[in-house]
Design a binder for this molecule. Structure first.
Ligand code: OGA
Ligand code: NI
Length: 347
C-alpha cells in the first residue's frame, strides 16, 4: 500500500519501520550520537550594510572573509529581509504540504527544466537509496518568466513566494559584493562572473521518521550553485562538516544560513571551499527548510579569477555552468567525491 504513494508526505506517518530502500549501509549512517551540538558557527551582523559607514564595512568584509575561509558557512542577522516576509514564506511552505494529495500532485514531475516540480528524495531516477524528504523546487529568475507556472494553491503562493525570492535576491547581491571584496576583487566581480544569473528555490519537507539513525533527510553534499541562503524552521536537523566533525547548526529565529557553493569555490581558485553539509531527521517532529540556490546562468563561463591565480596556477579548467549542472543532476548527491573533481586541473 505504502509503495503506491509517490510522496513521503502521504505515507510516512503510517510506518513503524522505514522501507528497505531508505536504509543506508552501516558505513554510511548519520551516527547522530557523535554530532557536535555546541560548536558555534559564525553569526554575522549585516547591520553595517545599511548604515554606510566605511569603516564598519571594512570590518564586515574581514569577518565574512574569515568565515568563508574557516567554515565555508555563516549565519546572518540584520539582513534586511523583514519578519513578515520570512514568516509568510514559512507559513506558505506548511500550507502547501498540507494541501490534499491530489492538489499537490499536480506539480509532481522529474523534469528539472520545469518552473515548479514536486518530488521525493533527490533524483528518483538515479538513486539507489532514497532520502527522507519531499521537496518543491522553483525557478525564480527572471521571476516573470516562471511565476505564471508556479502553483496557484494555496491562493497566495505566487505573491508570498515571489516577494520572498526578490528579498533574498537582494540579500544575495549584497553578499556577493562582500565576498568579492573579501577576496580582494572588485566589488562587482562575482555579479559579473555569474552572467545573467540564475535563482532557484527549494521547499524541503522532512516528515517525522520512525528510524532516524538509518537514513538521511539529505546525505552529505556540497551545493552545485554559487551561494546558498537557507531558511530553516525551529526544528534542528541541519549539520555542517567542520574540521572532520559533523556540527549541528541550531536554528536561530529570523536568521539565514549562508554557504559557499561549488561555483564560488572555482571562482575563488579554492580560496573558499564549498563545504559538505547534510540534513538529518528525527522521530518526533516534521521539519521545513527553504534553500535559495543562487547560481550562474547556464551560459556563464566559470573559471578562477585571474587575480587569484598565483604561483600554484589555476585549479580548474573553464566550463559553462550548464555542463557542470547536468553532471551534478545525473550523478546525484555524493558524499565521497565532489563534481568539482571532474573539472580540476591535474597537476
Ligand atoms: C539543500 C540542503 C539542507 C536542509 O537543499 O541543498 O542542503 O536543511 N538543505 O534542508
Ligand atoms: Ni545543500
Amino acid at each position: 500500500m505504502a509503495a503506491s504513494k509517490l510522496l513521503l508526505t502521504d505515507f510516512a506517518s503510517t510506518l513503524t519501520h522505514i522501507p528497505h530502500n531508505y536504509i543506508r549501509p552501516t558505513s554510511d549512517r548519520p551516527n547522530l550520537s557523535q554530532v557536535d551540538l555546541h560548536r558555534p558557527i559564525p553569526l554575522i551582523d549585516l547591520a553595517p550594510l545599511h548604515d554606510h559607514t566605511h569603516q564598519n564595512r571594512g570590518n564586515l568584509v574581514r569577518e565574512i572573509g574569515l568565515a568563508c575561509k574557516k567554515y565555508g558557512f555563516f549565519q546572518v542577522k540584520n539582513h534586511g529581509v523583514s519578519d513578515e516576509v520570512i514568516d509568510g514564506m514559512m507559513r506558505i511552505s506548511r500550507e502547501f504540504f498540507e494541501l490534499p494529495e491530489s492538489e499537490r500532485l499536480k506539480c509532481y514531475s522529474d523534469d528539472p527544466s520545469k518552473a515548479a516540480i514536486l518530488l521525493s528524495s533527490f533524483n528518483v531516477n538515479t538513486e539507489k537509496v532514497c532520502n527522507w524528504r519531499d521537496f518543491l523546487r522553483l525557478h525564480c529568475l527572471p521571476l516573470e518568466d516562471y511565476i505564471h507556472d508556479w502553483p496557484t494553491n494555496p491562493p497566495s503562493f505566487r505573491e508570498v513566494v515571489g516577494e520572498y525570492s526578490k528579498n533574498v535576491r537582494r540579500l544575495v547581491l549584497d553578499l556577493l559584493e562582500l565576498i568579492s571584496e573579501s577576496l580582494g576583487l572588485d566589488k562587482d566581480y562575482m555579479n559579473k562572473a555569474l552572467g545573467r544569473h540564475g535563482q532557484h528555490m527549494g521547499i524541503n519537507y522532512y516528515p517525522p521518521c520512525p528510524q532516524p539513525d538509518l537514513t538521511y533527510g539529505l546525505p552529505g553534499h556540497t551545493d552545485p550553485n554559487a551561494l546558498t541562503v537557507l531558511l530553516q524552521d525551529d526544528v534542528p536537523g541541519f549539520q555542517v562538516l567542520n574540521n572532520g566533525k559533523w556540527v549541528a547548526v541550531n536554528p536561530i529565529p529570523k536568521t539565514f544560513i549562508v554557504n559557499i557553493g561549488d561555483q564560488i569555490q572555482v571562482l575563488s581558485n579554492d580560496r573558499y571551499k564549498s563545504v559538505l553539509h547534510r540534513a538529518v531527521v528525527n522521530s518526533e517532529k516534521e521539519r521545513f527548510s527553504v534553500p535559495t540556490f543562487y547560481c550562474p546562468s547556464y551560459d556563464a563561463v566559470i573559471e578562477p579569477a585571474r587575480e587569484l591565480v598565483d604561483g600554484g596556477g589555476t585549479a580548474y579548467t573553464s566550463f559553462a555552468y550548464k555542463e557542470f549542472y547536468d553532471k551534478f543532476w545525473k550523478r546525484g548527491l555524493r558524499t565521497d567525491e565532489s563534481c568539482l573533481d571532474m573539472f580540476r586541473v591535474n597537476n
